[in-house]
Design a protein around this ligand. Structure first.
Ligand SMILES: [Zn+2]
Ligand SMILES: [Zn+2]
Length: 176
């Protein structure tokens, strides 16, 4: 969706957005829905964004998909890209919520994709106590126990084995 700044009425304008998101452009698949209020002030446009992102991510531990939606509430100053030098862009971009437009056009999809990338939650797990997958059989341990859960006697055996290995290593060092 592109909006010509000349066409925005003096009293402002509200646009409704419904933008599909793709991994290729925003690192997540999903959908952004919301409203953007636009007001023109000289050659700057103030864009008040109220949007919700519906998205699903893959848990880094159990590899299941989970809901990972978030909200974007931000007021952006849209300024012409031509009015700033490269240095200005870097400096201001870090400190302010800015969007640089070109040729008198607001590219709403690109503007929203930038905001999605900036606001993606850091959460990469389906929950903070995700049990992950069994390293032996690959079963999802959030759903149930697998058959290769260690028995207490196994654990004693492993402790003994570690002791023996330790003693062997020590003997080797002495021998050398
Ligand atoms: Zn998980
Ligand atoms: Zn297992």
């Amino acid at each position: 969706m592109q909006i010509r700044i000349k066409d925005i009425p003096v009293e402002g304008q509200t646009v409704t957005v419904d933008i599909p998101l793709t991994k290729g452009r925003t690192t997540m698949d999903g959908r952004l829905c919301g409203q953007i209020g636009l007001r023109v002030m000289a050659d700057e446009v103030v864009a008040e964004v109220r949007a919700a992102v519906e998205a699903r991510s893959t848990c880094s531990r159990c590899l299941e998909e989970f809901e990972n939606g978030f909200k974007i509430d931000v007021v952006l100053a849209c300024v012409p890209a031509s009015s700033l030098t490269e240095d200005d862009k870097q400096l201001s971009g870090d400190e302010l919520d800015l969007y640089f437009y070109e040729d008198g056009l607001l590219d709403i999809n690109r503007m929203m994709e930038e905001q999605v990338i900036l606001n993606i939650p850091m959460q990469t797990m389906c929950s903070s106590d995700c049990k992950g997958l069994c390293p032996a059989c690959g079963e999802n341990l959030n759903i149930g126990h697998c058959k290769c859960v260690k028995r207490p006697s196994d654990e004693r055996f492993y402790a003994l084995k570690a002791l023996i290995n330790g003693a062997r290593a020590a003997n080797k060092t002495k021998g050398a």
